[in-house]
Design a protein around this ligand. Structure first.
Ligand SMILES: C[S@@+](CC[C@H](N)C(=O)[O-])C[C@H]1O[C@@H](n2cnc3c(N)ncnc32)[C@H](O)[C@@H]1O
Length: 358
């Protein structure tokens, strides 16, 4: 077994160092680049336990774990909660060389669901064969943490081999092939690299951290009583383009070998059904914020938000004031890149942290 990173995080330097090693996931809306700024804000608050209610790539949960907090990490997407199980809840287990040998055994018995369903869509036949085989092999690992870590390594491998890091395009992807190494490597080669990277990310903060796969409104705060709740919900989209399932359906399906998911057969990329979230619609977003702040009103509230989102900052502040007497806003100008196939545009937005206390 390899050495774990078990050093204590007793200085700012080690928190920054540890979080800087968290593998970048190209996850839509990830706060990866804002982590040092979020760290500055969280440092000034008193809390021992925290809920990351919309954990996504897990990077903010990981920051709070490195800050030595007891972390509850939640997302309604299964694949995202698997990531948190692997790197947040898991304090000590890594994939050793025996596990890896078993994981890479291509002769073990497996199904061919992925090869049949995703033929000529995202990956070549060797990669699809590997995905079917490794899915079976992961299910035979005897530890839930090793399973989660193996899946996390697999998710990042799959994302790296997608030219645009999303599962919305299919078929002949040659026009995106700029020869980069990530596109040349097989999924198996990626996986071996990612296992090593994620093994090094596991560390013990000596807290009983936990990962949840729930709609935020179903989280039992009465039972867990987090001192602080960090909220980074999706924004109401300008178009249909920011649905998480639309972009990451392949990882969501893979995380459970599509068990219990219905594939929409007539879609080109074999999507699964999108998951409803009240935060994504103009009609329901304001009420969703009201209910969420009310639900967590016993905790310090920290909301990530942005100036190009709906509802606007003033509305959110006034909703938070219904539950907290002390509401403070931290602002950070941020350059935001977004683009489509032919153009990339940039816009300046302000990122906010809205912090409610007392
Ligand atoms: C902006 S992303 C979070 C990004 C994350 N902070 C990071 O840095 O990677 C929003 C997340 O909220 C999740 N989500 C959306 N609606 C939800 C709900 N009602 N309950 C729980 N999670 C939800 C999505 O799956 C997505 O991962």
């Amino acid at each position: 077994m390899q050495d774990l990173q078990l050093f204590p995080f007793d200085s700012d330097h080690s928190v920054e160092y540890q979080t800087s090693r968290y593998p970048l996931m190209r996850y839509m809306g990830s706060k990866n680049k804002l982590v040092p700024w979020i760290h500055e804000a969280l440092k000034s608050l008193e809390f021992e336990s925290a809920l990351d209610a919309f954990s996504g790539s897990g990077v903010v949960s990981y920051l709070m774990k490195a800050m030595d907090k007891k972390v509850y990490s939640n997302d309604f997407l299964n694949f995202s909660s698997v990531i948190s199980k692997g790197v947040i809840e898991n304090n000590t287990e890594v994939i050793d060389s025996n596990d890896l040998r078993r994981l890479l055994d291509m002769n073990a018995k497996s199904d061919d669901f992925i090869q049949k369903t995703f033929k000529d869509i995202f990956y070549d036949s060797a990669d699809l064969l590997f995905l079917d085989a490794i899915s079976a092999n992961i299910s035979h690992l005897d530890s839930k943490y090793k399973k989660a870590l193996a899946y996390t390594s697999l998710f990042r491998s799959c994302l790296k081999k997608q030219p645009r890091g999303v599962f919305t395009i299919s078929g002949n992807l040659d026009r995106y092939n700029d020869g980069r190494r990530d596109l040349r490597l097989s999924l198996k080669e990626h996986f071996v690299e990612q296992v090593k990277i994620y093994n090094e990310v596991v560390f013990d903060n000596h807290k009983e951290n936990a990962s949840f796969n729930l709609n935020v409104f179903d989280f039992s705060n009465k039972m867990y009583k987090p001192d602080l709740v960090y909220m980074d919900p999706p924004y109401v989209p300008a178009s249909d383009d920011n649905c998480y399932v639309k972009r990451y359906h392949f990882l969501e399906g893979l995380s459970k070998y599509w068990k219990g998911e219905e594939i929409m057969k007539n879609t080109k990329v074999k999507k699964i059904k999108k998951k409803y979230t009240a935060f994504s619609y103009r009609k329901t977003a304001i009420q969703a914020f009201e209910e969420m702040f009310d639900k967590f009103s016993d905790s310090t509230l920290v909301l990530s938000y942005s100036s190009n989102a709906y509802p606007d900052l003033e509305t959110l502040i006034s909703i938070m004031r219904n539950h907290k007497s002390d509401v403070e806003v931290k602002v950070k100008p941020h350059k935001y890149h977004f683009g489509n196939h032919s153009s990339v545009s940039r816009s300046n937005v302000n990122e906010y942290l809205v912090i409610g206390q007392s």
